[in-house]
Write a protein that binds this ligand. Structure first.
Ligand code: MN
Ligand code: MN
Length: 462
C-alpha cells in the first residue's frame, strides 16, 4: 500500500517539464500575494489563453458553443473559468476548485497611533496563524484603498528590493524569561501584532510628529488621508519572492502555497485541455476559505451557481430544473493542500495514512476534526473511478488524513459544493509548515497535481 516517490519515474524530458511547471508557479506566487492579486493574475493568464469575459458575452447577447472559453470575476476576489464541452451542461460539469486567500495580518480600519517616537498600525490577523511566526521578519504591505470619489488606490510596498519593508518587533531574548515560560499560544497576543511604520518626527509638528510623518508619506505618495483607511483593505504579508528550496532545488519555499499551489495547478490544467472537451470544464478560485468561506466572495455565496445559470442561458439550456441537474450531476475535485508528513513531528501523524512530499497529488476522502466533524467524506464509488483515471494516466497519487486522530483538523470548500448533490473529493499538494509565513512543497507534487487535474477534467465521465 505504500506509494512510490514520483521523482523515480521521471526521465530527462519529464524533469524539464517539472522544472517548467515550477517556474510558472513561482511567477504566479510572486504576482499574487493577496486574493485580489491572485484573481487578477488568473484573469490575465486566462485572457492570454483565449478566455473572454462571461458578462461581456451576455451583454453582446452572443450564444455559446462547445470549445468556447469564458471567465467571470466575483468582486475582484474570486474567479470562475468555463471551457464549454460537447455534452449539454445538464449532464454536469467537471470542476476543479481551490481558494486563493491565505493567512496574513490585516490592517485595522482605524489603525495608526504613535507611541514613544514610533508610528504603528494596529492589526487583526486573518485565518489560522501561529502568531510567534510572524514577528521579527520582513513584511510587505499589499492592498487597496477605496476613496470617497470611487477611485481605488492600489498599494504594494516591500517587494521591490529598493522598497523599505515593515514588520513586528519581538522582545529581546535577554529579557524574555517571563515570555519564554508562557505557552506558545499565549507568548504573542493578537493585539500585540502591531506593525512598525515610521520612526522619524516631522519637523515643526508638535502633536504626534512621527505619526504625522507617516501621514505625510501616505499623502505625498498616494494622495491619501488618514480617514481613507476606513475603506481600505491592506494586508501585511511576508516580503520577498518564492525560492527554490533544498540544495537539490527539489522544493519551493514560498508564502501562500495554501492554496495557491492548487489554484495554479488548476489553471495549468485548464490551459492544456483539448479544443472542445467532452464535458464542460470549470476552474473555481474562491476567496475567504481561511475564515470559513463566508461573505459574498466565499464559497458559501451563490456566485458559482449564478454563473452556471448565466452560462446555461447562453447555451440555450435555460431554466431552474436544468440548472439543478447540471449542479447535481457535476463531479468535483476540491483542490486544497494537505498536511505533508514531517519526520521532525512524527507523532502528529499516523504513518500509513499520511501525505508524503514527493509522492504525488494527495486525495483526502475526508478532512474535519474529531469524528470527521465538518468534513465532506467523499463516496467510495467516486474514489474508485478516480483511481482508474489516475492510474491510466500514470499520475503519482496518494491518500491521507490530515493527521493523527483527535489532534486537530481542518476544512476546505468540499462540503459546500457537495450541498448541490455533486460528487466531491479533496485533492491537493502536501505542504510542510502549513500556514507559516513560508511554506514548503515538492516540485514533483505540483507537477503531479497538474497531471491529475488535467486527467480528471478530460476523462471523468458523467
Ligand atoms: Mn487550504
Ligand atoms: Mn489553510
Amino acid at each position: 500500500m505504500e506509494r512510490p516517490n514520483a521523482w523515480k519515474k521521471y526521465d530527462k524530458k519529464a524533469l524539464k517539464a517539472v522544472e517548467a511547471a515550477a517556474k510558472g508557479y513561482k511567477a504566479y506566487l510572486d504576482a499574487g500575494k493577496t486574493e485580489r492579486e491572485c484573481a487578477r493574475e488568473a484573469v490575465r493568464l486566462a485572457e492570454e489563453n483565449g478566455y473572454i469575459d462571461l458578462r461581456a458575452a451576455i451583454q453582446k447577447g452572443h450564444g455559446v458553443k462547445p470549445g468556447d472559453k469564458l471567465y467571470q470575476v466575483q468582486m475582484g476576489k474570486a474567479v470562475m473559468l468555463f471551457h464549454v464541452g460537447r455534452n449539454p451542461l445538464e449532464k454536469g460539469l467537471n470542476i476543479v476548485g481551490a481558494h486563493i486567500d491565505s493567512p496574513r495580518i490585516d490592517i485595522k480600519q482605524n489603525p495608526f497611533y504613535e507611541d514613544t517616537d514610533i508610528a504603528y498600525a494596529d492589526t487583526h490577523y486573518y485565518g489560522g496563524i501561529k502568531k510567534y511566526q510572524w514577528v521579527a521578519r520582513p513584511l510587505a504591505l499589499h492592498g487597496v484603498v477605496a476613496k470617497k470619489d470611487g477611485t481605488l488606490v492600489p498599494i504594494v510596498i516591500g517587494e521591490d528590493e529598493n522598497d523599505p519593508v515593515v514588520g513586528i518587533s519581538d522582545l529581546l531574548i535577554h529579557l524574555s524569561q517571563e515570555q519564554m515560560g508562557k505557552k506558545l499560544s499565549e507568548a504573542i497576543t493578537g493585539e500585540s501584532l502591531d506593525i512598525m511604520l515610521a520612526g522619524q518626527p516631522l519637523q515643526g509638528e508638535e502633536k504626534e510628529p512621527v505619526k504625522a510623518m507617516l501621514l505625510k508619506f501616505l499623502r505625498d505618495k498616494y494622495g491619501l488621508e488618514e480617514e481613507d483607511m476606513i475603506s481600505a483593505e491592506i494586508e501585511a504579508v511576508p516580503a520577498g519572492k518564492a525560492r527554490d528550496y533544498g540544495l537539490d532545488r527539489s522544493m519551493i519555499l514560498g508564502y501562500g502555497h495554501d492554496d495557491r499551489v492548487c489554484a495554479y495547478a488548476e489553471l495549468a490544467a485548464m490551459f492544456q485541455l483539448p479544443a472542445a472537451p467532452e464535458y464542460t470544464c470549470c476552474c473555481l478560485l474562491a476567496d475567504k476559505e481561511e475564515i470559513g468561506s463566508v461573505g459574498a466572495t466565499g464559497m458559501q455565496a451563490q456566485y458559482f451557481e449564478n454563473a452556471v445559470a448565466e452560462l446555461m442561458q447562453l447555451t440555450g439550456e435555460g431554466g431552474d430544473l436544468k440548472l439543478r441537474r447540471a449542479l447535481a450531476n457535476s463531479r468535483m475535485l476540491s483542490c486544497d493542500v494537505s498536511a505533508g508528513y514531517d519526520p521532525l513531528y512524527a507523532s502528529a501523524f499516523e504513518k500509513k495514512n499520511a501525505a508524503y512530499l514527493g509522492r504525488g497529488v494527495c486525495y483526502n476522502k475526508f478532512t474535519g476534526r474529531g469524528g470527521k466533524s465538518g468534513s465532506n467524506d467523499a463516496n467510495a464509488e467516486f474514489m474508485g473511478r478516480l483511481r482508474k483515471i489516475m492510474d491510466e494516466h500514470n499520475v503519482s497519487w496518494q491518500t491521507a488524513e490530515l493527521g493523527r486522530v483527535d489532534l486537530g483538523g481542518g476544512g476546505t470548500i468540499a462540503y459546500i459544493c457537495a450541498l448541490y448533490g455533486m460528487e466531491v473529493i479533496d485533492s491537493g499538494v502536501p505542504v510542510l509548515s502549513m500556514h507559516a509565513p513560508n511554506e514548503i512543497i515538492s516540485k514533483a507534487d505540483l507537477y503531479e497535481a497538474i497531471q491529475a487535474y488535467t486527467a480528471f477534467l478530460i476523462d471523468m465521465e458523467g
